[in-house]
Write a protein that binds this ligand. Structure first.
Ligand code: SAM
Length: 278
């Protein structure tokens, strides 16, 4: 599915856009619970029930979701601005909300090309809201699993030029891959496919408070897919071999905050960073 300006075509979905995706409204799902915490309406009673249960154990979860999205916007603004990036591969997109990657990137550089990837059928259902590219740029959506980076790269190559730098975005998704070696090998495969001057931007939940550990326990009892918190050091290891952009791997509110009050806490239980492939 690709959009150049007003044009929308079914050219680059891994599903071929043929079959109606299967929506399971009985099992709480990560994209919909995240949408609920962000104040969205694309969620079901089961998602809200688990979302509320987690919020009871860990009230900061709502601010955590908002601070994570705020980092996404600042990170993309940095990449499209100072770093001069014009291509984005956003894997684990989530449901459309405010400040989606293409809106932020194209507000800086309208010619930016963005490929969104997610494996949740409900994100596919709502994907058209992500295909609202500026006339100068392109947005596309690929229905694929992070565990299958080869398919992602193959599908993304219909829209992105892999001879030019690309920002790979893994925001709130690597925690869904339990095994560090598997997660590392996926990141290496993706980074291996992009040229020097490309970037990795990531953000993931950290095991930095008892409350967040309890929240993850509740999540893993009821919601899909399971989420595994990592220590800040383990999160930092995803940037091995990259040049870390200042201030390094930090809690999202500390990553290049904009002047003035954000209304968000100074720290949340997650760690993020932006690294450049040398
Ligand atoms: C917590 S949400 C984050 C959404 C968005 N990136 C953000 O930062 O606001 C995680 C997203 O990753 C997607 N996801 C989880 N595991 C995935 C996988 N193995 N392959 C592709 N997408 C996945 C979920 O469907 C969900 O939309």
């Amino acid at each position: 599915m690709e959009s150049k300006g007003a044009h929308v075509s079914e050219s680059s979905t891994a599903t071929g856009g043929q079959q109606a995706p299967e929506l399971d409204t009985n099992v709480p799902q990560t994209a919909r619970i995240w949408n609920y915490w962000l104040g969205g309406k694309d969620n079901f009673a089961v998602d809200r029930a688990v979302g509320d249960q987690i919020r009871e154990a860990f009230p900061e979860i709502v601010e955590m979701a908002r601070a994570s999205r705020a980092f996404l916007a600042r990170g993309v603004r940095y990449l499209a601005g100072e770093a001069g990036i014009r291509q984005f591969l956003d894997i684990g997109t989530g449901l459309p909300t405010a400040n989606n990657t293409h809106q932020v990137a194209q507000s800086v550089a309208p010619e930016s090309r963005i490929v969104y990837v997610d494996n949740d059928p409900i994100v596919l259902v709502h994907a058209r809201a992500l295909l609202t590219s500026s006339p100068q740029g392109v947005t596309a959506y690929v229905d694929a699993d992070l565990r299958d980076p080869d398919t992602i790269l193959q599908q993304a190559a219909r829209t992105l030029d892999f001879a030019q730098p690309i920002a790979i975005m893994l925001m709130g998704i690597l925690g869904h891959i339990a095994d560090d070696d598997e997660a590392q090998s996926i990141v290496k495969r993706l980074l291996g496919a992009v040229p020097s001057g490309s970037y990795l931007t990531m953000n993931d939940g950290s095991d930095t408070s008892e409350e967040v550990v309890e929240a993850a326990r509740i999540w893993n009892q009821s919601a899909k897919p399971p989420y595994h918190l990592r220590s800040p050091e383990r999160i930092g290891r995803f940037f091995d071999g990259l040049e870390l952009v200042e201030p390094g791997v930090v809690s999202p509110p500390r990553w290049r905050p904009e002047p003035g009050p954000s209304g968000l806490p100074a720290e949340i239980d997650s760690f993020c960073g932006v690294g450049r492939k040398p």
